[in-house]
Design a protein around this ligand. Structure first.
Ligand SMILES: Cc1cc2nc3c(=O)[nH]c(=O)nc-3n(C[C@H](O)[C@H](O)[C@H](O)COP(=O)(O)O)c2cc1C
Length: 150
């Protein structure tokens, strides 16, 4: 199974930590979205797409990157986000865009990430240290569970 994980992460590298952990568990390649050649994605059986959440959404450029991908057939994807609140519905725009491209979504995961956005900075931020070891272990387990779905 050839797997690629594509991520966006700029606030504290929270999403990058999850992406790298899942990639390790899946023996996958892991790349930041602006290092990906959109036309190479057809080489992969499974692709993970992960982003931090900013103002309630994944980064615009990350969503635009997904828009720029070619339509696919018989390709599976999973999505993940990290955010201050860790809300499941933050994943919806990613799931919708990927389904439009023809991907079958086989997993959707969220984690809380260290957040020093705006006034949170004054109090030292929230979710300090997250994703922590327990979160990363959870990411490893979830990533391995995807192997049975491909
Ligand atoms: C500009 C900005 C806006 C944010 N907006 C939200 C938000 O609307 N909801 C939320 O739960 N977290 C929000 N966060 C927190 C981030 O989603 C969280 O820290 C995330 O783990 C960052 O991922 P990264 O380190 O991979 O970039 C925001 C952070 C920043 C910097």
């Amino acid at each position: 199974m050839k797997t690629l994980i594509i991520y966006n992460s700029f606030h504290h590298g929270n999403t990058k930590k999850i992406a790298e952990t899942m990639a390790d568990a899946l023996e996958a390649r892991v790349l930041k979205y602006d290092d990906v050649d959109a036309y190479n994605i057809v080489d992969y059986d499974l692709i993970g797409f992960g982003s931090g959440i900013y103002y309630g959404k994944p980064k615009n450029e990350f969503v635009e990157f997904i828009d720029s991908l070619p339509d696919v057939k018989n390709r599976k994807a999973f999505v993940f986000t990290t955010s201050g609140k860790g809300k499941d519905e933050y994943n919806d725009p990613l799931k919708e865009k990927l389904a439009e491209k023809g991907f079958e979504i086989i997993g959707s995961f969220t984690w809380k990430g260290f957040d020093t956005w705006g006034p949170l900075k004054i109090i030292g931020g929230k979710n300090k240290g997250r994703p922590n070891d327990e979160d990363l272990e959870h990411a490893r387990i979830l990533a391995k569970s995807l192997k049975d779905k491909v």
